[in-house]
Ligand binder design. Structure first.
Ligand SMILES: [Zn+2]
Length: 244
């Protein structure tokens, strides 16, 4: 029933902006770092995921990131990513805003993907600002525990937003613009607790748009959502596609 309602809502309210969090990628085998059993419960983010930690001890930070990069590059888009891309191809989704750094929306075929926490697509040398593509970082990591800049020898840093680091301004501005212009914001797999994602539904609602949420577990916006579907994104979104 709610799947049918969501399909109708998507058709009725265009443009639709999809907002995704960690929950859309857990079915690809990528753990939610912030969940109670997640990585940040076992690794102190201030020691392994902060910009200060990287400045202090990049080798230690890479001891944490190296296996992560391997896991992320091995992961494949799941039915939720594929359904979002299919909705866009059918003209029913305008863009995706994501806090995920895993590139899985892009690999699933989504066109505009706004990455508000950066991504693993590139890494940058903090010394000379040389930029490295993921493929090159993976090659460097195959030979050493840390990727050293080929120009100056400094340890390069993934272009993902670390704790204590500023968010990418262009991406955040674009996300706000898309949120204001959306007639429907479809939240998928996010508890809407981490900024800037957590602020975006307010923008849509304030501009007169509606909110739909597909998530396992509650969010602070549940009371203001037109529709809430409790469930796994990889099951709900393909069912919505079928209902269209
Ligand atoms: Zn360098």
């Amino acid at each position: 029933m709610s799947v049918q309602q969501l399909a109708e809502l998507i058709q009725a309210r265009q443009p639709c902006l999809v907002l995704t969090g960690a929950g859309v990628s857990t079915e690809s085998g990528i753990p939610d770092f912030r969940s109670p059993g997640g990585l940040w419960a076992s690794f102190d983010p201030l020691e392994y995921g902060s910009v200060d930690a990287f400045a202090r001890d990049p080798l230690k930070v890479w001891s944490f990131y190296k296996p992560r990069v391997a896991m992320l590059t091995d992961a494949e888009p799941n039915p939720a990513h594929l359904a979002v891309a299919e909705l866009e191809q059918r003209g029913l989704v305008r863009a995706v805003v994501t806090q995920n750094i895993d590139l899985l929306h892009e690999r699933a075929g989504s066109g505009e993907v706004v990455e508000v926490h950066g991504s693993i697509r590139t890494a940058t040398c903090p010394g000379c600002r040389t930029r490295y593509e993921l493929e090159r970082v993976v090659e460097l990591l195959a030979r050493a525990d840390t990727p050293a800049c080929e120009a100056c020898g400094a340890i390069v840093k993934p272009d993902v937003v670390f704790f204590g680091e500023l968010l990418p301004t262009d991406a955040v501005e674009r996300a706000h613009e898309l949120a204001r212009e959306a007639q429907l914001m479809l939240v998928v797999g996010s508890a809407l607790e981490v900024y800037p994602i957590a602020a975006l539904p307010d923008q849509t609602l304030a501009a007169g748009g509606a909110l739909a949420i597909v998530n396992r577990g509650p969010t602070p916006y549940d009371g203001r959502a037109t529709l809430r579907v409790e469930g796994n994104a990889g099951e709900v979104l393909p069912a919505v596609l079928e209902a269209l």
